[in-house]
Design a protein around this ligand. Structure first.
Ligand code: ATP
Length: 469
C-alpha cells in the first residue's frame, strides 16, 4: 500500500465516511476517525518536508499519529525496533541520516545525541497546534522499515510504492477481513507485519486496538470486543498458556515460523480461524495458509496470494522437483526497492530471493528455514526447523531452538536450547529425535534455559545462542 496515501487520505476519507467510528483504541482511550484526522492535521505542523524522523515507540496512538502527520507534510519516517541497544541506535541513526526522534520516554537513555520529541509531549503539540491548512500536495516522504537484524545490524529496507491496491487485494484474497472489523494488533507497529496490519485496517475502515505492552490476559480480554487479532507466533503461544478463549473470526500470525503444535492447539481451542502468513520485509507476502490448509497439515505456509508467484530453485537457479527442498523466490508488486546501503536481495527472472529454503507438496508451501541457518553436519544437510518442530511436540517442552556450531570432526554439530519442565533431560531429548529423524539430526548438546532470547518482534536471536553454544 502506498503508505502516504493510505495514511493521510485513509483518515481523511474515514473522517468523511464514518467520522464517529472508533479508529484507535489504546491504553489512553478511544479516538474516532474524525479525531485522528483533525489531530494529525495539527500535529503535522510540528514536522517539516524531507525531515527524517526516527520513530521509537511502542504500540499507541502517538506512533500512528506521528506517522500520519509525517505523511501530511512529506517528512521521511524510519521505524525503529524498540529492542535496539544504544550502540545499534547510534549506528542506525547515522546510517539512516535521522534528523530527529519521536520516542517514548522509557527509551531516553538509549537515544543518540539528536533532537527528540517525547511521545508524552505530542498531546500538547496537538492541542496547541495551528489549524492553518497544510500543503495540498506535500512532497512524497519515504518510509524506511528495518529488518529484524537477526543476522547482524538491522538493514534499512525502502518500501515500494505500488500504484494499486494490489497488496490489500493479495491479503484479502486469502483472509476474509471485512469493512469495519475490530482488529487487535499485538505485533509491534515498527515491524513490517504490524505496519501492514495497521495499513490494511485503515483501508478497511477498521477499529485498531493497541496496547503499549503485550500481556496475554489483557489481549484476550480485549479480543472479546474484537473480530480479528494479528499476532506473532510467540504471543499466540503465550496466550495459549492462559485459559480465556474469546470468539474471533480471524487470528492472523506472521513474522516468524508458526510451530505446528501452536497451530494445532489454536485451531482446536479457538476454532478454524487461524491464518499463517509467510513473508519478509523485503518480499512482503509470499504465501498464506488458511485454517483448512493447516487442519490438513499444521506445518504449512499455504499458497501464494493473488498476484504472487513462487519458485523453488536449486543453487543453479533451476526449478526443483515437487517435494524437493530448494531456495524460495517470490515475485509480486510489493518487492522492496533495495536496502538503504545500496545493496539488494538476489533476483532471478523478476523474482526475489527470500533467503529461505522450502519445498512444495500438493501445491502447498513448507518453509524449512533460513538458507544461512541450514546446518551441514558430517556432509548431511540438517534443517533446524525440522528438529525444532519435532521437539516442540514433546511433552513438557515449551520452546526450542536448534543451531549449528563449528565442530572439528563433523564441520558443524547440532546444539538444542530447550525451555520446559524441569523433569526433561538431555538424554530424553536426544532419544526423541533419534526415534523420529535421521541420526545426523540428533543434537549433540542440549542446554536448558528459562527463556529463549528474542527480539522485540518475538523472533529468536540465534546469533546470541551461537555465542552461548
Ligand atoms: P534480518 O534480515 O535483519 O536478519 P529478518 O530476515 O529476520 O531480519 P524479517 O523480514 O522480519 O527480518 O523476517 C522474515 C523472515 O522470517 C523470513 O525470511 C522467514 O525466515 C521468517 N518467517 C516469517 N514468517 C514466517 C512464516 N509464517 N513461516 C516461516 N518463516 C517465517
Amino acid at each position: 500500500l502506498q503508505w502516504n496515501i493510505t495514511l493521510a487520505w485513509g483518515y481523511q476519507t474515514g473522517a468523511g465516511r464514518h467520522p464517529d467510528r472508533a479508529a484507535i483504541v489504546d491504553d489512553d482511550g478511544v479516538l474516532t476517525y474524525r479525531q485522528v484526522h483533525e489531530r494529525t492535521d495539527r500535529l503535522a505542523h510540528a514536522f517539516r518536508a524531507k525531515e527524517r524522523i526516527g520513530l521509537l515507540c511502542r504500540n499507541h496512538r502517538g506512533f500512528i499519529e506521528t506517522l500520519t502527520a509525517c505523511t501530511k507534510v512529506g517528512a521521511d519516517a524510519v521505524l525503529l525496533n524498540t529492542g535496539l541497544s544504544k550502540t545499534q541506535l547510534a549506528q542506525v541513526a547515522q546510517d539512516q541520516e535521522i534528523d530527529r526522534f519521536v520516542a517514548d520516554r522509557e527509551f531516553a537513555d538509549a537515544l543518540p545525541d539528536l533532537p527528540v520529541v517525547f511521545s508524552d509531549e505530542l498531546e500538547s503539540l496537538i492541542l496547541n497546534g495551528p489549524t492553518t491548512s497544510l500543503p495540498r500536495r506535500p512532497p512524497r516522504g519515504r518510509l524506511i522499515i528495518l529488518t529484524s537484524g537477526t543476522t547482524g545490524t538491522p538493514k534499512g529496507a525502502r518500501r515500494p510504492e505500488p500504484a494499486s491496491l494490489a497488496p490489500a487485494a493479495a491479503l484479502l484474497s486469502r483472509i476474509p477481513l471485512r469493512h469495519g472489523d475490530v482488529i487487535s494488533i499485538t505485533s509491534p507497529l515498527f515491524h513490517a507485519w504490524g505496519l501492514a496490519a495497521f495499513q490494511l485496517g485503515l483501508v478497511l475502515g477498521a477499529t485498531l486496538v493497541l496496547r503499549r505492552k503485550f500481556d496475554p490476559t489483557q489481549t484476550l480480554k480485549d479480543a472479546e470486543k474484537c473480530t480479528a487479532m494479528f499476532v506473532v507466533p510467540v504471543m499466540l503461544q503465550r496466550m495459549l498458556e492462559t485459559p480465556h478463549r474469546p470468539k474471533l473470526r480471524i487470528i492472523a500470525s506472521s513474522g516468524s515460523s508458526l510451530p505446528p503444535r501452536v497451530a494445532t492447539r489454536t485451531l482446536e481451542e479457538f476454532g478454524p480461524v487461524l491464518y499463517n502468513l509467510y513473508g519478509s520485509t523485503e518480499v512482503s507476502w509470499a504465501s498464506i495458509a488458511t485454517p483448512e490448509e493447516m487442519l490438513a497439515d499444521p506445518g504449512t505456509a499455504g499458497q501464494p496470494p493473488l498476484g504472487t508467484r513462487l519458485a523453488i530453485v536449486d543453487d543453479q537457479g533451476k526449478p526443483v522437483a515437487p517435494g524437493e527442498t530448494g531456495r524460495i523466490f517470490v515475485g509480486n508488486e510489493m518487492l522492496f526497492d533495495g536496502y538503504t546501503n545500496g545493496t539488494s536481495k538476489e533476483s532471478l527472472n523478476g523474482l526475489m530471493s527470500t533467503g529461505d529454503l522450502g519445498y512444495l507438496k500438493d501445491g502447498l508451501l513448507f518453509v524449512a528455514g533460513r538458507d544461512d541457518e541450514m546446518i551441514i553436519s558430517g556432509g548431511e544437510n540438517v534443517y533446524p526447523r525440522e528438529v525444532e518442530d519435532l521437539l516442540s511436540t514433546l511433552d513438557g517442552v515449551t520452546e526450542v531452538a536448534v543451531i549449528g556450531v563449528p565442530d572439528d570432526e563433523f564441520g558443524q554439530r547440532l546444539v538444542a536450547f530447550v525451555v520446559g519442565e524441569e523433569t526433561l533431560t538431555a538424554e530424553h531429548i536426544r532419544e526423541h529425535v533419534k526415534a523420529n529423524l535421521a541420526r545426523f539430526s540428533v543434537p549433540r548438546d542440549v542446554f536448558f534455559l528459562d527463556e529463549l532470547p528474542r527480539n522485540a518482534a518475538g523472533k529468536v536471536l540465534k546469533r546470541q545462542l551461537r555465542e552461548q553454544g
